[in-house]
Ligand binder design. Structure first.
Ligand SMILES: [Zn+2]
Length: 164
């Protein structure tokens, strides 16, 4: 690839990033392995290539709805966007005032368990995750403890690296 913002006509040097903190997702506990970084030697601009981002977001959502702990505000926001809702539409759907939803997403208000469960079910329906059983997960202790989510890019395809 070429630089899109300067006169440099030389192809950019591309390297593989060992551990990329995927903050663009709005989550601060997602680490990506194998993201491609292309750097323009003339102007210093850096371009990142994430492969199949839809697949990556599916994987993140798949794991978030299986975690033991209550979803965080960040995770609620990620999942709301994953579902394709604006804040206003989502607030209406779940019966919240827009301001309340914002406070929950910003971590200024606790995420209520009923809301957490509703969001998980909406996401499972969208995935669709046929083996998803919220009852098994939450009542029978089959949920996973997730602190960090790690994914690896193999070719264009994302795979779960490690959930710790
Ligand atoms: Zn450049």
């Amino acid at each position: 690839m070429m630089c899109a913002i300067c006169e440099n006509k030389k192809p950019l040097k591309t390297t593989s990033v060992r551990a990329y903190r995927y903050k663009e997702s709005g989550l601060d506990n997602v680490i990506l392995h194998g993201v491609k970084e292309s750097r323009c030697e003339a102007c210093g601009e850096i371009y990142y290539s994430f492969g199949d981002i839809d697949k990556l977001h599916h994987l993140i959502a798949h794991h978030l709805i299986r975690k033991t702990e209550v979803l965080t505000g960040q995770e609620i926001r990620f999942l709301r966007k994953f579902l394709g809702f604006s804040s206003a539409a989502f607030a209406k759907l779940v019966g919240y005032e827009l301001e309340h939803l914002s406070r929950v997403e910003n971590g200024k208000h606790d995420v209520q368990k009923t809301f957490d469960h509703l969001v998980r079910m909406l996401v499972a329906k969208q995935l669709p995750d046929r083996d998803y059983n919220l009852q098994d997960l939450l009542l029978d202790g089959k949920a996973m403890k997730i602190k960090w989510l790690e994914f690896s890019l193999k070719g264009k395809d994302w795979k779960l690296g490690k959930a710790a």
